[in-house]
Design a binder for this molecule. Structure first.
Ligand SMILES: [Zn+2]
Length: 413
């Protein structure tokens, strides 16, 4: 008995049991793990790519992104829109963006609904998202399961007295495109008492919840990374936090975060050497554990759901929740119409029309750029902010995995 047990222990357990050693596993093999009950603590890591089909612009896209567009115009530097010093000086640009991106203007994508489906199938541990659009919440996913690494619009806070405001309480002002000031008696008349949505700006620390929940990764048994260039730290480094036995799936337009070569392994830390290895270059004895699907995240998710036999459920879930959202928005519109808030009801009307995601993205960018231009013409004082500001690397969208901050983790939206 003892000897046969010992012999069994020597046989290395393949990460994907059905895949021959050295062969590349595919989406069907990932689905196989979930179906066999071998992936019950799935962690999702999501970036801007999952929300573009909802009409939200990817800030970092080289041509069409928000930063690239702002660079052509007059912000002291494109990321100034998320710079706390610039915000205090010229809050209008950020509120223009907030108005466009405020929760309620967009619907979740199939990818967001897939996260909820994972939860309903009782296999989801957590969703770490870089996105500030709250579409995971809007898809009806439990808040407990969502870690918004760069904060979100869900709450806002007075910069002076730290009073917390709900997103609903400041929504009317945001929708009118106004700068939101604190209403506490202590803050009355103070121009610095701005109410800022709890989005992590450059130079600000990440939310406590992010660090509290990093431990989730130690028991992860399937990591799914979607729609991110993995260029922003410390978020990108999370892929190395899973156990070395954990399979990892990348659904993205391009391949990112790959392990380089022996040279990288020699010069970098052990964790950096553990990039994705889709091709088996590291000759892992348990076989290849990293799977890649190149395409939109919605496509990848749909294909995975098909392999899982979940496609119909995904469609039903989307239909059900979208109906609820439509109903909520219709009611909201009625209330506004009663109050005679023309501007806001017009906005809701516009949302209900079916607009192509690309058009919607460009609308968002144009609205922000117009506002920036308008403000610029009345106040030139912001130019000085361009000097001496710790510029954050912008070209990370090309898939470089080494934009590591030198000091404590900084937010880099
Ligand atoms: Zn205050």
């Amino acid at each position: 008995m003892a000897s046969s047990n010992a012999a069994a222990a020597q046989v290395t357990k393949q990460t994907f049991p059905g895949v021959k050693h050295g062969e590349q596993p595919g989406l069907e093999d990932v689905a196989g793990l979930i179906k066999a009950g071998q992936a019950k603590r799935v962690i999702v890591m999501a970036g801007a790519g999952i929300s573009t089909s909802a009409g939200i612009p990817d800030f970092r896209s080289p041509e069409t992104g928000l930063y690239a567009n702002l660079e052509k115009y007059s912000l002291p530097f494109p990321e100034a829109i998320f710079d706390i010093d610039y915000f205090v000086e010229q809050p209008e640009a950020f509120y223009a963006l907030a108005k466009e991106l405020y929760p309620g203007n967009f619907k979740p994508t199939p990818t967001h609904y897939f996260f909820r489906l994972l939860h309903e199938k009782k296999v989801l541990k957590s969703v770490f998202t870089q996105n500030i659009d709250t579409l995971e919440r809007i898809a009806g996913l439990d808040e407990e399961l969502i870690i918004e690494a760069h904060g979100s619009f869900a709450e806002a806070e007075c910069l002076e007295c730290k009073k917390v405001y709900t997103k609903e309480s400041i929504k009317p002002q945001i929708e009118r495109g106004e700068v939101v000031y604190c209403t506490e008696p202590y803050c009355q008349g103070n121009d610095g008492a701005l109410v800022k949505p709890k989005i992590v700006f450059f130079g600000e620390g990440l939310p406590k919840q992010f660090f509290d929940r990093i431990s989730d990764f130690s028991t992860c048994d399937l990591l799914i990374v979607l729609g991110t260039s993995l260029s922003v730290q410390p978020f990108a480094s999370l892929v190395h936090r899973v156990p070395s036995t954990c399979p990892r799936l990348l659904l993205n337009l391009e391949s990112v975060g790959e392990v380089e070569t022996a040279r990288t392994r020699f010069f970098s830390s052990a964790s950096e050497a553990e990039g994705f290895d889709f091709d088996g270059v590291t000759k892992r004895k348990e076989g290849i554990r990293d799977v890649r699907f190149l395409g939109s995240t919605d496509e990848g998710v749909r294909k995975l759901c098909r392999e899982l036999g979940w496609e119909e459920e995904l469609d039903e879930l989307m239909e059900r929740q979208n109906k609820l959202l439509d109903e909520e928005r219709r009611k909201e519109k009625e209330i506004k119409a009663e109050k005679g808030d023309e501007a806001s009801s017009a906005k809701v009307e516009k949302v209900e029309e079916e607009v192509k995601p690309e058009e919607k993205q460009q609308e968002v960018i144009k609205a922000v750029v117009d506002k920036v231009e308008e403000d610029k013409s009345v106040d030139k004082s912001v130019d000085k902010l361009a000097e001496g500001v710790d510029r954050v690397k912008l070209d990370g969208a090309e898939g470089e995995a080494e934009a590591a901050p030198s000091s404590p983790p900084k937010a880099t939206l």
